[in-house]
Design a protein around this ligand. Structure first.
Ligand SMILES: CC(C)(COP(=O)(O)OP(=O)(O)OC[C@H]1O[C@@H](n2cnc3c(N)ncnc32)[C@H](O)[C@@H]1OP(=O)(O)O)[C@@H](O)C(=O)NCCC(=O)NCCS
Length: 143
């Protein structure tokens, strides 16, 4: 069965409140990771239509801080699909400021006993989607 890769997308807006900040008044990295993981999970589940667990996080760099009171937009999309795993690429923007660029959350589709099970293979609406998938497949081979 094929699933359009574009089915695996999600976005979340957050506002940085004091309980999510460090002592410098910037968002605490662990809090932002948690919001990113949730958004990535939603994208992954929309694609896989199955239970998933997070197995790895790659290319995670905090490029700029988000200050208390500021908002940020988290964008997540499935960018690679293996046999039982899939990667969700996540970017975070605060206005024009890039906070995180293309972090990769890797999820594994599992059955009720937590054993990996196959995910649907992707179909592509255009050459751009296919090229991005192939780029990520090459990166995966090098990791
Ligand atoms: C995820 C889990 C089920 C994988 O089990 P496993 O026996 O290692 O399974 P496999 O070795 O067959 O790997 C399954 C898939 O995960 C991928 N994978 C495993 N470790 C990986 C890693 N470090 N980075 C990227 N992919 C990884 C494999 O490449 C494979 O992908 P494929 O089927 O698309 O080729 C198991 O490691 C687990 O339960 N981990 C804990 C998950 C968890 O609790 N997460 C936190 C809360 S959600």
């Amino acid at each position: 069965m094929l699933q359009p890769i574009s089915a695996g997308t999600a976005k979340s807006d957050i506002v940085v409140l004091p309980n999510d900040t460090n002592h410098y008044g910037n968002i605490f990295g662990g809090a932002l990771l948690s919001y990113m993981d949730r958004t990535a999970f939603i994208a992954a589940r929309k694609y896989a239509q199955n239970d998933l667990v997070t197995v790895a996080l790659n290319d995670m760099v905090f490029k700029a801080p988000v200050k208390v009171g500021e908002t940020a937009e988290i964008s997540a999309k499935v960018c690679y699909v293996g046999k039982t795993s899939l990667d969700v690429c996540v970017t975070v923007m605060s206005g024009e400021k890039k906070i995180v660029d293309n972090a990769k959350f890797v999820f594994v589709s599992v059955d009720r006993s937590g054993k990996p099970v196959p995910v649907a293979q992707p179909s592509f609406a255009n050459a751009e989607e296919k090229a991005e998938f192939e780029r990520r497949a090459k990166e995966r081979k090098r990791e």
